[in-house]
Write a protein that binds this ligand. Structure first.
Ligand code: IFM
Length: 445
């Protein structure tokens, strides 16, 4: 912990033996090699002028497809137990596409790193559409194909990444692919992804997989004031971000009133959606402060929110922000986890933090160290409060293609020079390596 005197003075408390430490990435954001796969909705979206802020595409990204050996060495050097990556459905649809993941899994295992694949991280094949129910069945077939090839070596599986963001940003607001602006008509997209998740759980179990979770994004929703209109707007936002995606999975029901808005035989689908999970993945970045609608369009965190939304997202004052402008609120992680434990009790399986991280410039990224340090302590407080948390993954191993922000946001522990593809570990990489080393020493002793 030589890089952070404060952390050296107060080491992060020991996490339980067997706690899973990892880092995360996703296929579209790092792989490149777009010519060795079919196109996804993100290829079509980035080809439209003005969709990505710096006009870039992920055609090359971090060129991980060709540089995976170097990247696995970085993982081994970091000393993580596990690596969360995603499998590109459009690549699996291409001849030989699964060979890449086959090699990657072998390399990870040889390096002592457990592979944790996510089956869908937003790069839908371009000819598919989550508004169509059939996409859920297609996803289950694809999941069978992947587990059929990798299931002899992969134990831990993630079905979907952040269906909330894919619904909201991709289909309600249109700031992500496929760029639809359907507002509340996007709800079937949520339902079909949840159904796809449940069908994929069945497919994975049928193939003998036994350690299955999802990566849902959640965060506390803080009302802008105690005025009834603000409380009501914040409660509604909490439904959209948290309850809509947690309750069908954990309780087998939609929050009140939403089930009626979903397509198909919702009661039958909910039985599939609520297939028991071995663990529940949470991606946490920050709380959201929400108030009554202001009747105007709002720009927030790089997203334009139309005036007709029944809430307004507002700045959280008095806290630091990342270079992306996102508030830094570690205690929000403790609050989120204790809230989930209180809400769902023993219906909540053990939790894994499947993403947590921040965008900052620079190689000597002391601000990222402070962010991670604060969040690990906050996570430990949740453990002390009795929440069953089993793992923590940093977003992200590498600087990468940050969706509509292009390459302007740097979430990596490792800097990537996108002109030369040179990788340079940042100060936070060394810091995390030392933290993990200290954790192992202490849990062993
Ligand atoms: O880069 C994304 C990732 O793809 C999903 N979760 C949030 C990250 C940071 O925005």
């Amino acid at each position: 912990m030589a890089n952070d005197p404060r952390a050296a003075a107060h080491p992060i408390p020991p996490f339980p033996a067997g706690f899973l430490w990892g880092v995360s990435t996703s296929a579209h954001q790092i792989e490149g090699a777009a010519d060795a796969r079919e196109p996804s909705v993100w290829d079509a979206f980035t080809a439209e002028p003005g969709r990505v802020k710096d006009g870039s595409t992920a055609a090359v990204a971090c060129d991980h497809y060709h540089r995976h050996t170097e990247d696995v060495a970085l993982l081994a050097g970091l000393g993580v137990d596990a690596y969360r990556f995603s499998v590109s459905w459009p690549r699996v649809n291409s001849p030989g596409g699964l060979d890449f993941y086959d090699r990657l899994v072998d390399e990870l295992l040889a390096a002592g790193v457990r592979p944790v694949p996510t089956l869908f991280h937003w790069d839908l094949p371009v000819d598919l559409d989550w508004l169509e129910r059939d996409t859920a069945s297609r996803f289950a077939e694809y999941s069978s194909t992947v587990v059929g090839r990798l299931g002899d070596r992969v134990q831990k599986w993630i079905t979907l990444n952040e269906p909330a963001e894919h619904t909201l940003l991709g289909h309600a607001l249109g700031t992500h692919a496929p760029g639809k602006q359907l507002l509340f008509d996007a709800l079937p997209v949520a339902h079909h992804q949840l159904l796809a998740h449940g069908l994929a759980v069945q497919a994975l179990r049928a193939a003998g997989a036994g350690d299955i979770g999802i990566a849902n994004s959640h965060g506390p929703t803080w009302p802008a004031s105690q005025e009834p209109a603000d409380l009501e707007a914040a409660a509604f936002y909490d439904v959209l971000l948290n309850r809509l995606f947690a309750e069908p999975l954990l309780l087998g029901e939609y929050p009140e009133g939403l089930g009626d808005l979903m397509p198909g035989d919702v009661a039958a689908d909910l039985k599939v959606i609520s297939e028991p999970l071995d663990w529940y993945g949470i991606n946490y970045y920050a709380p959201t402060r929400v108030g009554a609608p202001q009747g105007t369009e709002i720009e927030f965190g790089g997203i334009t929110m139309p005036a007709e939304l029944p809430f307004s997202v507002q700045e959280i004052e008095g806290v630091p922000v990342t270079d992306f402008g996102w508030p830094v609120v570690p205690e929000g992680l403790t609050e989120l986890l204790t809230t989930f434990r209180d809400r769902y009790g023993d219906r909540l399986p053990p939790v894994v933090i499947t993403e947590n991280g921040c965008s900052y410039e620079g190689l000597d990224d002391q601000a990222r160290i402070a962010y991670l340090d604060g969040h690990l302590r906050a996570l430990h407080r949740a453990l002390e409060a009795g929440v069953d948390v089993r793992g923590y993954f940093v977003w992200s191993l590498l600087d990468n293609f940050e969706w509509a922000e292009g390459y302007a946001r740097r979430f990596g522990l490792v800097h990537v020079d996108f002109a030369t593809q040179e990788r340079t570990p940042k100060a936070s990489y060394a810091w995390l390596r030392d933290v993990l080393g200290a954790q192992r020493t202490r849990t062993r002793g």
